[in-house]
Design a protein around this ligand. Structure first.
Ligand SMILES: NC(=O)c1ccc[n+]([C@@H]2O[C@H](COP(=O)([O-])OP(=O)(O)OC[C@H]3O[C@@H](n4cnc5c(N)ncnc54)[C@H](OP(=O)(O)O)[C@@H]3O)[C@@H](O)[C@H]2O)c1
Length: 298
């Protein structure tokens, strides 16, 4: 199949492009320098020319705290721009896969969010991504795939943030223990995207909203503890390094985060027949591909 991947050099875009390349699909991976998704004319020209079977929109303004100070840009990139992708997809007969987020929920739930649960974002980023979902629905054939807590070997992420602190010599890290969600390794998410695209291309009636996150659920404190354990295993952290729990109140950030954002993957499981993969396995693979020595070196 012929895929257009926007934001192709981001964390997910890189792994998705690679997964499709390896499968032998025809991949047009474009990043902002080649195709800025806010340039409607460029989007029209590009899509009309290559007429992809599937457009996967991995482009986004993902700096959650910066979005609070610049909601106009967040809304333009994450929301408004998706409409031109949807319009272009309709003209070309493409399936549009829009990647969305757990941040469309308010985080007050006490059980995993179902796909039809009410949305109520508590941040500018969440509002902009919700706008993107609404505009993606303009595409006759679409998948809106919500996911959470991404980490992948391309780009800056929570794993790197923790590793950097330890490599700089910090022996005690305080990490919030009152936000729960599911870390997701981007190659696992890439596989989920490919699976859903294959299914919905063949059976358009199976389009709509899906959730995919790795398992099991945990807090940021649990995730940081696992990262430091991996560092000890590879010998880049000494035995004394430790992670201590703290609260969101003690660690204020410009953007509010949902306290609980575990996503129910029931529909994904039912439609694909696959269970979510393990972020713990993903973390081990991450360390094998991107050892701490690479970060220490530069
Ligand atoms: N990261 C997470 O924890 C997380 C969690 C849930 C959902 N998501 C969603 O998952 C998707 C992939 O996230 P990611 O972490 O892979 O993001 P990422 O690494 O930040 O990659 C996003 C890419 O989009 C590009 N981009 C930004 N503005 C653009 C524009 N106007 N036109 C074209 N490209 C543009 C960025 O380029 P520059 O870097 O040059 O700006 C970057 O290469 C996004 O939809 C995100 O909202 C992410």
């Amino acid at each position: 199949m012929r895929f257009l991947i926007t934001g192709s050099t981001g964390m997910l875009g890189t792994d998705l492009s690679q997964a499709l390349d390896e499968r032998g699909d025809e991949v047009f991976g474009v990043d902002k320098g080649v195709l800025d998704i806010t340039d409607t004319e460029a989007v029209d020209r590009f899509v009309d020319e290559i007429r992809p079977d599937v457009i996967v929109n991995c482009a986004a303004y993902t700096r959650v705290d910066d979005c609070e100070a610049d909601e106009a840009t967040a809304s333009k990139v994450n929301g408004w721009a998706v409409e031109s992708l949807a319009d272009a997809a309709n003209r070309a007969g493409s399936l549009l896969v829009q990647i969305s987020t757990d941040f469309v929920f308010d985080g007050l739930a006490t059980r995993p969010y179902e796909i039809n649960d009410p949305v109520a974002p508590v941040s500018a980023y969440g509002r902009s991504k919700l706008e993107g979902e609404e505009r993606a629905r303009i595409a006759k054939r679409h998948v809106i795939l919500r996911t959470s807590w991404l980490f992948g070997v391309r780009g800056w992420n929570f794993v790197e943030a923790i590793r950097k602190q330890i490599l700089l010599g910090r022996t005690e890290l305080r990490v919030v223990d009152d936000q729960r969600g599911c870390p997701t390794y981007t190659p696992h998410l890439a596989s989920a995207v490919v699976r859903l695209a294959d299914i919905v291309r063949k059976s358009p009636e199976l389009g709509g909203v899906y959730h995919y996150s790795d398992a099991p659920e945990c807090s940021w404190f649990d995730f940081a503890t696992a990262i430091v354990a991996e560092m000890k295993r590879e010998g880049s952290a000494d035995g004394g390094a430790r992670v201590l729990p703290t609260t969101s109140a003690e660690f204020p950030r410009p953007a509010q985060r949902p306290a609980y954002s575990v996503l129910s993957v029931d529909r994904y499981r039912r439609v694909t027949g696959c269970s979510p993969e393990s972020w713990i396995d993903g973390l081990a693979e991450y360390f094998a591909k991107r050892p701490s020595s690479a970060l220490a070196a530069g």
